[in-house]
Design a protein around this ligand. Structure first.
Ligand code: AMP
Length: 210
């Protein structure tokens, strides 16, 4: 099954992508993660993306479309995949259609902006292994230290409050129109993000089965 997860930054797409990945045994593909990895490795793609990402802006369509084109040719995508964070603009969705990629369902995880701002301001990630924490909802055992590898946990640059606001604006202006795009194709299903992650996961899996 080929799925797309849609939702504002911080709506919990990444977590739901993992849940689906485990339930259906198909890879979760996050363009954000691929770009962060490219940045860490100092590749040309990473360098091109850095300034946009740091300001909470979208990386140019052609850069992410090339990333996805390459990723979808890998063997592990043959039985299906979940796209987490792609497409984020109508031209990106059109590019997928032009590539002949058949999408079965688009699941929107809906969370109100105020809730997202609260969630993202408490998010911390391990600077070494990438494990994710939250000061209120999922604190690490020792403050500022990763449970998994003992490295420091930090605030992602794009989780800083001003950047979060910018990312939400970008979402409403450039990504939300995708809802209409996929609604017209009869593929959109909306799941209301719940306070309890497990509850959202139940709803997500139900939406896929329906
Ligand atoms: P994410 O981890 O999905 O929130 O992505 C982090 C950042 O990577 C975004 O704020 C963008 O700057 C960039 N990015 C990820 N996916 C895309 C995409 N499909 N189109 C444009 N920029 C993207």
């Amino acid at each position: 099954m080929n799925l797309i997860l849609l939702g504002a930054p911080g709506a919990g797409k990444g977590t739901q992508a993992e849940v689906i990945c485990n339930a259906l045994n198909i890879p979760a593909i996050s363009t954000g993660n691929i770009i962060r990895e490219a940045l860490k490795n100092g590749t040309e793609t990473g360098l091109k993306a850095k300034s946009y990402m740091d300001e909470g802006k979208l990386v140019p369509d052609e850069v992410v479309i090339d990333i996805i084109k390459e990723r979808l040719t890998k063997d592990d995508c043959q039985n299906g995949f979940i796209l987490d964070g792609f497409p984020r603009t109508v031209p990106q969705a059109e590019a997928l259609d032009k590539m002949g990629v058949k999408i079965d369902k688009v699941i929107e995880i809906y969370v109100a902006d105020e809730t997202i701002q609260k969630r993202l301001s408490g998010r911390r990630v391990c600077e070494k292994c990438g494990a994710s924490y939250h000061t209120e909802f999922k604190p690490s055992k020792a403050e500022g230290i990763c449970d998994v590898c003992n490295a420091s946990t930090v605030i992602r640059k794009d989780d800083e409050p001003a950047t979060v606001l910018a990312r939400l604006n970008v979402y409403h202006e450039q990504t939300a129109p995708l809802k209409g795009y996929y609604e017209n194709q009869g593929k959109l299903v909306t799941v209301e993000g719940q306070e309890e992650v497990a509850e959202t996961s139940k709803l997500t899996l139900k939406a896929i089965e329906a």
